[in-house]
Design a binder for this molecule. Structure first.
Ligand code: ATP
Length: 356
């Protein structure tokens, strides 16, 4: 097992697309690290460059204490699981799992013993003689994982390994994969489109945009304190309210209303300064009673979220979303008030989070 260290990593594809732009990243030994970002931001390129499947055009990849920048994929001691699992259709489960050992010229009896041991760990005992075409999506995924585990790699790289599973299996596989990674303690880098998956599984995560890392942190840090308005608008199942504001002493003027300065920005703002005020709908409570420090307007949309409702208010031409406590569902056209949680509200200056 090993830490992964990327220093000034750059990848320019022939034709000039800069998919990675001098990227620095340090993933400690044993960490479960997720890479998240919009389509085309460079996630897959980053993973493939760590694996050696793409050649870096600048910078270094260090795995453990070894600089592997110029080393072929086979010499890097890392294993990658692809989105489509890349199982061999003509081989049974035992042969698929033991294939990397065959490449390493491990004796047949030893290969089979290892495949049996790893297969059992993943609950595949009854399926060892089947071919991939005779397995469900979830079972195929377990075979792909078993093959990776059999290699005893120093790190695992996963490229959207759950994306071919249906919603229920995906949730199961999430829990299973997280538990397995904990038990094995192998450094794992995981690319996903699904932020709920990243928030649920990762020890830490990076949010990428156009070849750059825009924030690295624990899921809670990234969710609760997005470092910039890009991350703030990208992360969260309902987007964060990001509203133009002007500083007026210890209050902010937002859409003609007054709200308190966010606790995190206290003492750091200048009177008269223009900023962006950010609060997640989850941290805005809807009420039909006028309340100090709230944003007041007309209810224009009410959405049922199951356990709660999400309401959209139009406040002087600006849309503000808030969550309605259970049992107080407003009607369209009602006048309502969104009360922000001061300890969860944020201020952005030139797109960057204001904090001490
Ligand atoms: P997605 O989430 O859609 O899979 P991604 O974040 O994984 O996207 P990459 O696949 O790493 O993004 O692509 C990053 C950029 O590099 C994109 O602009 C893409 O078009 C470009 N790119 C990827 N592979 C190549 C290639 N082989 N040749 C040229 N450009 C490429």
């Amino acid at each position: 097992m090993a830490a992964i260290e990327l220093k000034g990593l750059t990848k320019v594809y022939p034709g000039g697309v800069k998919a990675l732009d001098s990227l620095d990243l340090s993933i400690p030994d044993g960490e479960f690290f997720a890479l998240l970002g919009p389509s085309g931001c460079g996630k897959t390129t980053l993973l493939r460059t760590i694996a050696g499947l793409e050649t870096a055009t600048g910078g270094n990849v260090v795995i453990g204490d070894r600089d592997v920048t110029g080393v072929q994929p086979g010499g890097r001691d890392i294993a990658m699981v692809f989105q489509d699992y890349a199982l061999f259709p003509h081989m049974d489960v035992t042969e698929n799992i033991s294939y990397p050992l065959r490449i390493k010229k491990v004796a047949k009896a030893q290969r089979q013993a290892k495949a049996g041991e790893v297969g059992a760990r993943l609950g595949l005992e009854q399926l060892m003689d089947r071919r991939p075409g005779q397995l469900s999506g979830g079972q195929q995924q377990r075979v792909a994982l078993a093959r990776v585990m059999a290699t005893q790699a120093k790190a695992f790289l996963f490229d959207e390994p759950l994306s071919n599973l249906d919603a229920r299996l995906r949730l199961e596989a999430r829990t299973f994969l997280k538990k397995l990674q904990r038990e094995l303690g192998v450094t794992t880098v995981f690319v996903t489109h699904d932020q709920a998956e990243a928030l649920a599984m990762a020890d830490r995560m990076a949010v990428m945009e156009a070849g750059h890392i825009r924030q690295i942190g624990t899921p809670s840090e990234v969710f609760q304190r997005p470092a910039n308005t890009f991350v703030a608008s990208f992360i969260g199942s309902t987007p964060m309210n990001l509203l133009d504001a002007v500083v007026r002493g210890d209050t902010l003027e937002v859409a003609g209303c007054e709200v308190p300065v966010p606790a995190l920005a206290a003492g750091l703002l200048t009177d008269g300064e223009k900023i962006v005020y950010g609060v997640r709908p989850e941290y805005m409570t809807y009420t039909d009673e006028p309340a100090d420090g709230s944003l007041s307007g007309e209810v224009i949309i009410v959405e049922n979220l199951g356990a709660s409702h999400l309401v959209t208010l139009e406040v002087a031409g600006v849309l503000v979303q808030a969550v309605v406590p259970e049992g107080r569902e407003p009607a369209l056209g009602d006048r309502g008030h969104a009360v922000p949680r001061g300890d969860r509200a944020l201020a952005y200056r030139d797109g960057e989070l204001v904090s001490a």
